[in-house]
Design a protein around this ligand. Structure first.
Ligand SMILES: Nc1ncnc2c1ncn2[C@@H]1O[C@H](COP(=O)(O)OP(=O)(O)OP(=O)(O)O)[C@@H](O)[C@H]1O
Ligand SMILES: [Mg+2]
Length: 532
């Protein structure tokens, strides 16, 4: 049997990672240099290695199976383990050469029998127009690898080109067929955002569409950053939830959770028009909730770098994601009745190997402007401090000039409301010119200035509940007394409309029992609160 025929044998279908059964493979000898190249590739992580048997020929195979594409690369008579990224890069950069080998091999192989000593490279015939797969720079593995190779990579500009992620036509879906657009809810620097209902599930989503074509542009990088960050972050009650992303007509489309309260910027503007601003408890609540979101982002090794009112979204109606998955241990139900969520992850970067795209200059920390990236999470804290100032009624921020500098020297602008001294000092700490003095998001979440407010609200709520319970208990005690009296006076049982004795006692005692025993631990604890 010729090599051409043997190469069409399908790999063992039940082996994990086995190539898709519909694929066919051509085989041809590897050029010595190519073989050398393969051997020089890094040794981990390994691709799936399976066995391919045909007659007395047993060869190891490598498969690269990726969603939305399927490139199968089988290296015969070789023990080289090839990392996925390198394998794909190798195939794409040697594509023309491999193609020419492929056509030559058709002639060669039809007349020669394969033997174990001969080296073969088999490529899927379907790989010609297959897109590469992007490498998410924010996954823990990539972050780890990137930080190891950070310095080396920055010196290899030709590699950067190969690393450049892309959005290709193979990632297409159909916005119009899957969504019903209800209206535009926002326009930003990067794109427009639409409120849409997904036809299939009937739920509302915010769909962000890049304004300009993205292929090869800086926008493409921004768009991909946003998608990578969302995908890595998963679900958290104080981060806008991500559902999907795809490219359509060379525009990036991102499907996110719809926040029915719009942005904090909209809320501040609306209040400002009526001469109002957020109250102190509301400011504390805003600060605490956004800190929780930041704590989550920072603990994932990422920084947001574009915290500002127009990138903080409000959910008035608690969504499933707001009270379900991803809830952090220090999270509690919001005291203000709204949930704040951090969105627009277009500037997110990794804290350990940052690639900084400066966000809005009005919110930019001075050290970031000086390209000192050693305390990036604290730049988010600085921007959060300014966000809270704006919500407290501060005048619009400058993009540069004296006002810009004085804010970065720790001077607060004048506000239309008097802030309590501890809260003012607290805000000053967030805006401290020295990033190391600013508290971390984690410290903010635990800070007394923010927690006391919640504790106060909780106490007031518990006091209310306690009063209700006291009233109920008094009613039930009276009912119980009556029931006991009825049990000891037999005449009453014959009265029309009254329950039989035992039944009545059970009705009263049962309801009392259920109410008392069925009480939650929190409620019974509330009886133990001193001073109520
Ligand atoms: N999930 C959402 N729910 C509700 N409104 C949203 C949502 N996402 C975006 N918006 C609205 O669209 C506006 C622009 O969104 P976003 O900030 O994501 O876009 P952008 O182009 O990246 O903006 P920027 O100018 O900050 O770069 C927001 O300020 C907000 O009003
Ligand atoms: Mg934005």
């Amino acid at each position: 049997m010729g090599a051409q025929e043997s190469s069409r044998q399908k790999p063992l279908s039940d082996t994990p990672g086995t190539a898709p059964p519909h694929q066919e493979y051509h085989s041809f000898p590897i050029h010595p240099n190519l073989s050398h190249t393969l051997c020089c590739l890094e040794k981990s992580p390994t691709l799936c290695l399976t066995q391919y048997t045909k007659g007395d020929l047993t060869v190891p195979q490598f498969h690269v199976n990726v969603e939305m594409m399927s490139i199968c690369c089988m290296i015969c008579s070789s023990n080289t383990f090839v990392p996925l990224k390198n394998c794909l890069r190798f195939i794409s950069s040697n594509f023309l050469y491999l193609q020419s080998l492929l056509s030559k091999s058709t002639l060669l192989c039809s007349s020669s029998k394969p033997c174990l000593s001969q080296r073969f490279l088999r490529l899927s015939t379907a790989f010609d127009p297959v897109p590469s797969v992007n490498v998410n720079p924010f996954t823990p593995e990539t972050v780890c690898r990137n930080s190891e190779h950070h310095k080396r990579k920055s010196q290899r500009s030709d590699d950067d080109e190969n690393d450049r992620p892309a959005v290709s036509a193979h990632m297409l879906s159909c916005y119009e067929s899957e969504f019903l657009e209800l209206g535009c809810i926002g326009v930003g620097e990067f794109g427009s955002v639409y409120r849409c209902v997904k036809r299939l599930d009937g739920c509302m989503y915010a769909i962000k569409r890049s304004r300009r074509p993205i292929a090869g542009s800086a926008n493409e990088q921004l768009a991909l950053k946003e998608v990578y960050a969302h995908a890595v972050l998963g679900h958290h009650p104080h981060v806008v939830r991500y559902y999907s992303a795809w490219a359509e007509d060379d525009h990036m489309i991102i499907q996110n959770e719809y926040c029915d309260g719009g942005s904090l910027h909209d809320a501040i503007t609306e209040k400002g028009e009526q001469g109002e601003f957020l109250s102190i408890p509301e400011l504390r609540d805003l600060l605490l909730q956004v800190s929780m979101g930041l704590k989550y982002i920072h603990s994932s090794g990422l920084v947001h770098l574009d915290i500002k009112p127009s990138n903080i979204f409000i959910c008035r109606r608690p969504s499933l994601s707001a009270c379900g998955e991803g809830e952090s241990e220090d999270d509690e139900s919001p005291s203000s009745g709204v949930v704040y969520k951090i969105g627009d992850l277009g500037h997110v970067t990794s804290n350990s190997s940052p690639q900084v795209e400066e966000g809005d200059s009005r919110f930019l920390a001075y050290e970031v402007l000086r390209e000192d990236y050693t305390h990036l999470p604290k730049a988010d804290i600085f921007a959060l401090g300014l966000t809270v100032l704006l919500a407290a009624g501060a005048p619009p921020l400058s993009q540069n000039g004296d006002d810009w500098h004085s804010l970065r020297q720790g001077e607060l602008p004048s506000l239309p409301q008097e802030l309590p001294a501890p809260f003012k000092d607290f805000l000053k700490m967030l805006l401290d010119p020295d990033p190391t003095t600013r508290p971390s998001a984690n410290a903010l979440c635990r800070h007394d200035v923010l927690r006391k407010e919640r504790a106060g609200k909780l106490a007031a709520q518990l006091r209310k509940e306690l009063n209700v319970e006291k009233f109920r208990t008094a009613m039930l005690e009276r009912e119980l007394k009556e029931a006991r009296r009825a049990a000891t006076s037999p005449q009453q049982s014959s009265q029309p409309g009254s329950l039989p004795r035992a039944g009545r006692i059970e009705a009263c005692g049962g309801s009392l029992w259920r109410k008392l025993v069925g009480r939650s631990a929190a409620r019974s604890m509330s009886f133990g609160f001193p001073g109520y």
